[in-house]
Design a protein around this ligand. Structure first.
Ligand code: ADP
Length: 318
């Protein structure tokens, strides 16, 4: 039986991460070129776990863009929804590791190719074949990509796809925090599944207390599942009938990049062919336990994409 298709919409970029050893022979620039972008990570996460995934977005018609498309293909992700922009460059992020261990990002986006995806360029046939349509919020920041995002979402919904939303807030990319909040919430009530992190929950509600009441203030009437991820404390889930939390696994975390995307990919891959999971708490808890495991595994290796587990890896970890 063919598995249902997960289509992930949005940005894909390269993070330039300084290597610990500085300039070495293998990394002659002193930077590791780490492919990323949450929607692309999610597509690869699904594919690694044995699911079917496609990525929809725009890359520059340059070495970086073709390198990224190659990474998607190599990981079994359908590339028929990818456009290449002749004029604009692929988005890049430069990471500075601060002395306190925190990361600081600087982006090349003025504009980058991903921001220039137009509604008329969308592969509608591919989008209509999605069982699950997943997206973030970075694609909402500027036109014409915002219109492309809205259209893709509408077409997927009309064709019967489940809509999955992870705002994945990158505050510095927005003109202001207020603008970010308004735009992120502008498509809130379209989604069937929403995943936020504890940090995003606080940002969106303005409430520092991460409790059920705060989470439920983000509920909307058509929502099927709200998830709050809590890093090493696992996740909380809310449906119209039940709510609770699922613990994650003890691991030696070395880099949490991509943990949330790994979690989302694992979740979507498990519900794409059977949405009744969302209505039965015990089954949902099993699904979330697996998603937590995938998130936890991803923190044990550097980078996002190289750290996304295969189904075998995830099963043997469990
Ligand atoms: P995001 O990357 O969106 O901020 P989180 O950091 O909350 O999301 O991570 C997503 C999931 O990955 C968590 O719900 C948890 O299951 C797992 N995870 C993240 N960090 C750790 C950790 N340090 N130890 C174990 N599991 C983790």
């Amino acid at each position: 039986v063919d598995k249902g298709l997960v289509v992930s919409f949005g940005e894909m970029l390269i993070d330039f991460v300084p290597t610990e050893s500085g300039v070495s022979l293998s990394e002659s620039s002193g930077f590791l070129k780490a492919p990323g972008g949450a929607p692309a990570n999610v597509a690869i996460a699904v594919s690694r776990l044995g699911g079917r995934a496609a990525f929809v977005g725009k890359l520059g018609d340059d070495d970086f863009g073709h390198m990224l498309a190659g990474i998607l293909r190599k990981n079994g992700v359908d590339d028929q929804g990818i456009n290449f922009d002749k004029g604009a460059r692929t988005a890049l992020a430069f990471v500075t590791l601060r002395s306190d261990g925190e990361r600081e990002f600087m982006f090349y986006r003025n504009p980058s190719a991903d921001m220039l995806l137009r509604p008329d360029e969308l592969n509608l046939e591919l989008i209509r074949s999605a069982k699950v349509f997943h997206y973030g919020s970075i694609s909402l920041i500027t036109e014409p990509c915002r219109s492309a995002h809205m259209k893709a979402m509408e077409v997927a919904k009309e064709a019967g796809a489940l809509l999955s939303y992870d705002p994945n807030l990158r505050e510095p990319l927005w003109p202001s925090p207020e603008e970010a909040r308004i735009q992120i919430m502008s498509i809130w009530d379209k989604a069937d599944i929403i995943k936020v992190s504890d940090v995003e929950l606080e940002f969106l509600t303005g409430n520092k207390t991460i409790d059920d009441e705060t989470a439920m203030s983000l509920w909307h009437p058509n929502l099927k599942l709200l998830l709050v991820t809590l890093g090493e404390n696992g996740c909380r889930y809310y449906t119209k009938d039940f709510h609770g939390s699922v613990e994650t696994f003890h691991v030696d975390a070395v880099d949490t990049t991509g943990a949330g995307d790994s979690f989302v990919g694992a979740l979507l891959n498990q519900i794409v062919d059977d949405q009744s999971v969302l209505e039965e708490e015990e089954r949902l808890r099993k699904v979330l336990r697996f998603a937590n495991a995938c998130g936890a595994i991803t923190t044990t290796k550097k980078g996002a994409i190289p750290a996304l587990p295969s189904d075998c890896e995830a099963l043997s970890f469990l």
